[in-house]
Design a protein around this ligand. Structure first.
Ligand code: NAD
Length: 308
């Protein structure tokens, strides 16, 4: 029997992305099942019951979903972050969970500069701002997004530094970026810091008062990674003391209202996470997910597997 591949998206892909996914799935002789804009979890549980594979975005795949997916073999998060998938549940039900790294990296990186210019031009309030040219940019985690940020930063004439403990200094420096040895060094050196770390046990709450205190005067923190990596209580304390510091984010923090009330002239959050929200990223990630599913079933390729 032909494989059934579910697209389960409460926030749907663009029509063009669905078309691209359908082409890949149907060319492989599989059937595409579409569940978009669902409002109840039960709709997802029903839809997943008789499919072999699922392509999702920020949709929650928890224990219940894996229990309902009796013949599910693979779920692919079309995007980089996969903290919406319960990986242990996937493993215990024998499901391969994957992401599609890199497909939305340029989209996120371009947004970093949209946010940076907005912030250093004083949120377009009509007053005189500053420029990116010649400034030190610290890239906190040199993965797919970080790399694209470095590429664009060089075009702006910035002096680019990066910290990534999982990469060698050579790997970073061969791309014309200065590798620093410690996270503290990144924050001490760079006036602008852009976060590209995943939310892990180690990184959660790690952007705290002590680390932020290392930043030079007139510093800017850009967060297009995850809100969990920021210590929300301590960043407020830091902003109260350091009136020269600005914080802009693409991931609305839990204490957004407090930040707006206290620091309206130094804080900004996009209303909704927008980093990957381009038609190009959408289409790239969706089609990559479809290709990975076909490659998994046809060739056993598990290259982008993220669970054990
Ligand atoms: P990636 O997996 O390509 O890169 C992550 C990098 O982080 C890797 O190079 C890894 O070595 C490094 N890293 C891991 N732990 C670290 C630590 N403790 N300190 C420093 N570096 C560490 O991921 P990516 O595609 O570059 O995405 C980066 C982040 O951006 C993720 O948190 C992802 O969830 C987020 N993201 C946000 C959006 C958005 O819409 N705003 C879109 C895509 C990705």
């Amino acid at each position: 029997m032909s494989k059934r591949v579910l697209i389960a998206t409460d926030k749907p892909f663009a029509a063009e992305a669905v078309k691209g996914i359908r082409n890949v799935i149907e060319k492989a002789g599989y059937e595409l099942v579409l569940l978009e804009k669902y409002t109840e979890k039960q709709q997802l549980l029903d839809a997943v019951a008789d499919v072999d594979a699922a392509i999702i975005r920020s949709d929650i795949f928890d224990k219940d979903v894996f229990a309902a997916g009796k013949q599910l073999k693979i779920v692919v998060r079309a995007g980089a972050g996969y903290d919406n998938i319960d990986l242990d549940a996937a493993t215990s039900h024998g499901v391969c969970a994957m992401n599609t790294p890199g497909q939305n990296a340029n989209a996120v990186a371009e947004l970093v500069f949209g946010l940076a210019v907005y912030a250093i031009r004083n949120f377009y309030n009509g007053t005189s701002g500053t420029e990116l040219l010649g400034k030190k940019l610290g890239i906190h985690a040199y993965g797919n997004v970080g790399r694209n940020v470095a590429r664009i930063a060089k075009g702006f004439g910035m002096d680019v530094y990066a910290f990534d403990p999982f990469l060698s200094a050579e790997a970073i420096e061969k791309e014309g970026v200065k590798a620093v040895k410690t996270v503290e060094e990144l924050y001490t050196t760079c006036q602008y810091v852009s976060l590209h770390i995943p939310a892990t046990a180690e990184t959660k709450n790690s952007i705290n008062y002590d680390l932020l205190s290392k930043l030079p005067k007139k510093a800017l923190l850009l967060n297009t990674a995850r809100k969990e990596v920021i210590n929300e209580v301590e960043i407020v304390k830091f902003m109260e003391e350091r009136t020269d510091f600005k914080y802009v984010t693409d991931i609305k923090p839990g204490n957004h209202d407090e930040l707006v009330a206290k620091f309206a002239d130094r804080y900004f959050s996009t209303p909704k996470k927008m980093g990957a929200q381009t038609s190009e990223a959408n289409t790239n990630a969706g089609i990559a997910a479809a290709n990975q599913i076909v490659d998994f079933f046809e060739n056993g390729n598990e290259r982008f597997k993220v669970n054990k």
